[in-house]
Ligand binder design. Structure first.
Ligand code: CP
Length: 319
């Protein structure tokens, strides 16, 4: 396939950002620019399978200080599909173990001629800090429990693709809301686009104070299920917890796992999302995860499209 910069057009004038640090600060217009650009990239690259080398000569660096399968691979592939070079930095085996600071590490990577740093770190605010300290662009790939902007955007794109719109939908985020950066990015994006958002889970993981963000708080999944157009099932993040938030995983699954019985009581066209990694049998049963209501693997493809769009918007318009 022959593709060049003319196929994709130029970056919309309304897009002026050098960084993507959160969804909270994005306007509805900016979110729609990202989603519409992602759709265009899916179309011109045959569902993200082919190259469109509009970022040739640019270099993207992945700086991941936490584990990742989807986000890291997806950003690397997205950059390469756009013709950019990529660097993959891992904290294990790096000179951080010799006492080099995080900022010095980032500055040294930037000094190799990097145009954009994609950072994941356990500390909230890390991407914002790097945006202040570095001259290159910065994309937040997850900062502790704060935000995971491209995950929120790919979730919203997957909803829009299947259901046609966002405004007026009821979307429930179910599970470990307390520790979920995906929840926060979904909440900001969905609310900005006019959805009604419910956060649902055990009271140890869902504080009433979430209502302050303008979302509905629920503890009984079966009570809200008939109203929901979309369920986004969030993983229980045991690695971020110091105490067990419920007596057993089995009890959690009984109350909150999406299974065949609950599916039968949901809206006929309910959409099931899960950001991954999924724990089969905990937040979702295998038959639902692999069934027709699930968009789990579409989310992964849409992740590639959203990341191509974000890299292009951030780098495509500036030299
Ligand atoms: N959804 C998500 O962020 O997955 P990874 O942790 O594998 O990147």
């Amino acid at each position: 396939m022959s593709t060049d910069v003319l196929d994709i057009g130029s970056v919309p004038a309304a897009w002026t950002r050098r960084h993507l640090l959160d969804v909270e600060s994005l306007s509805a217009e900016e979110i729609n620019i990202i989603l519409d650009s992602a759709v265009t990239f899916k179309e011109v690259t045959a569902n993200c399978a082919q190259k469109i080398p509009i970022l040739a000569g640019r270099t993207a660096a992945n700086l991941f200080f936490e584990p990742s399968t989807r986000t890291r691979t997806s950003f690397s592939l997205a950059a390469r599909r756009l013709g950019a070079d990529t660097i993959d930095f891992s904290s294990s085996g790096s000179s951080l173990s010799k006492g080099e600071t995080f900022i010095d590490t980032a500055k040294n990577i930037e000094a190799m001629g990097i145009d954009v740093v994609i950072v994941r770190h356990r500390t909230p605010g890390t991407a914002h800090l790097l945006a202040q300290k570095l001259n290159c662009s910065v994309i937040n790939a997850g900062d502790g429990p704060h935000e995971h902007p491209t995950q929120g955007l790919l979730d919203i794109l997957s909803i829009r693709e299947r259901l046609g719109h966002i405004k007026g939908l009821t979307v429930a985020l179910v599970g470990d809301i307390a520790h979920s950066r995906t929840a926060r990015s979904n909440i900001w994006g969905l609310k900005t686009l006019g959805a009604h958002v419910i956060v649902c889970g055990p009271s140890t993981l869902v504080s009433k104070r979430w209502e302050e963000l303008g979302v509905e708080v629920a503890y009984d999944l079966d009570a809200i299920l008939p109203r929901c157009d979309v369920l986004n099932l969030l993983r229980i993040q045991f690695e971020r917890q110091t105490t067990r938030p419920f007596p057993s995983v089995r009890e959690y699954a009984l109350l909150y796992a999406m299974n065949r019985e609950r599916l039968a009581r949901a809206k006929r066209d309910i959409l099931i999302l899960a950001p991954g990694p999924i724990n089969r049998g905990v937040e979702i049963t295998p038959d639902v995860a692999d069934g027709p209501h699930s968009a789990i693997l579409e989310q992964v493809t849409n992740g590639l499209a959203v990341r191509m769009a974000v890299l292009w918007l951030i780098l495509g318009g500036s030299s």
